[in-house]
Design a protein around this ligand. Structure first.
Ligand code: 9D3
Length: 236
């Protein structure tokens, strides 16, 4: 899968893809990520990418010409789905990540300033995505979030076979898809803080029952919305 990221701050992306699962997926040839400076698609001396909003108001708006040229250039020889990161977008979640992981090539356009000229949105953008209801400074961090969530869904990106479907939000059977159960590792007693006895015993049926109970308990308390559209869990 290939990602093209269009931004006025290409330097931000030095680093976030150099570690962990994403770096490994790139090294394995599973993923290719190219960063593009939007200013390279300007044609004026000042390489201007923004301008004042028609009708007045605070802040600046991203000019249409550089964005049209960037997207047209990037799709000239190969097709791609172009995706604008914007607070007006549909909410990103695991379901959207799964959907995007089925696409061969994504162009991620990072918005900045107060927004993007609507003619870009209507004519060269295929999809608009927000990562949540909080105010960020631009689409760069959201683009990193989308890449990370999508890459780890690609076959071969995550090492251990079943660890992908066991994760929170994966939506498997019964209690999978709820929040994670609490996890512990050695030492069994740290400063008098003991690991729950059941986990030390090696009774795997009992351990599974305890984990399921804890996952349901935590989800009921913190994220009851995750039970929406699910059959109520049976006691145990
Ligand atoms: C909705 C806020 N806008 C009201 C005047 C101003 C505004 C705030 C932040 C306009 C643009 C931005 C920059 N944010 C993004 O580009 C962005 C974003 C976000 O702020 N939150 C969650 N997801 C995203 S994706 C892109």
């Amino acid at each position: 899968m290939r990602f093209d990221i269009v931004t006025i701050f290409p330097e931000i992306f030095r680093g976030p893809f150099d570690f962990g699962i994403v770096a490994r997926a790139i090294a394995a040839g599973l993923v290719e990520i190219a960063i593009h400076d939007l200013r390279d698609y300007t044609d004026d001396r000042h390489r201007q990418v923004d301008d004042r909003p028609f009708g007045g108001g605070a802040g600046m708006v991203m000019k249409p010409e550089p964005l049209f040229r960037a997207i047209e250039h990037l799709t000239a020889s190969d097709p791609a789905r172009s995706l604008l990161l914007t607070p007006q977008g549909r909410m990103f979640n695991q379901e959207v990540a799964v959907e995007l992981s089925g696409v061969d090539r994504l162009i991620l356009i990072c918005g900045r300033y107060e927004g993007v000229d609507e003619r870009v949105v209507e004519n060269v953008v295929d999809d608009e995505i927000s990562i949540g209801d909080y105010v960020l400074s631009g689409g760069e961090v959201p683009a990193m979030v989308v890449v990370d969530a999508v890459v780890r869904l690609l076959p071969g990106a995550v090492g251990c076979g079943d660890s992908i479907e066991r994760e929170s939000f994966a939506r498997g059977t019964d209690w999978q898809g709820l929040l994670d159960y609490p996890q512990y590792t050695r030492p069994a007693n740290y400063r008098g803080l003991a690991v729950p006895e059941v986990l030390l015993g090696g009774n795997h049926a009992e351990i599974e029952r305890w984990r399921r109970h804890k996952a349901i308990e935590k989800t009921l308390k913190r994220r009851p919305d995750l039970f929406q559209g699910r059959t109520p869990p049976e006691a145990g």
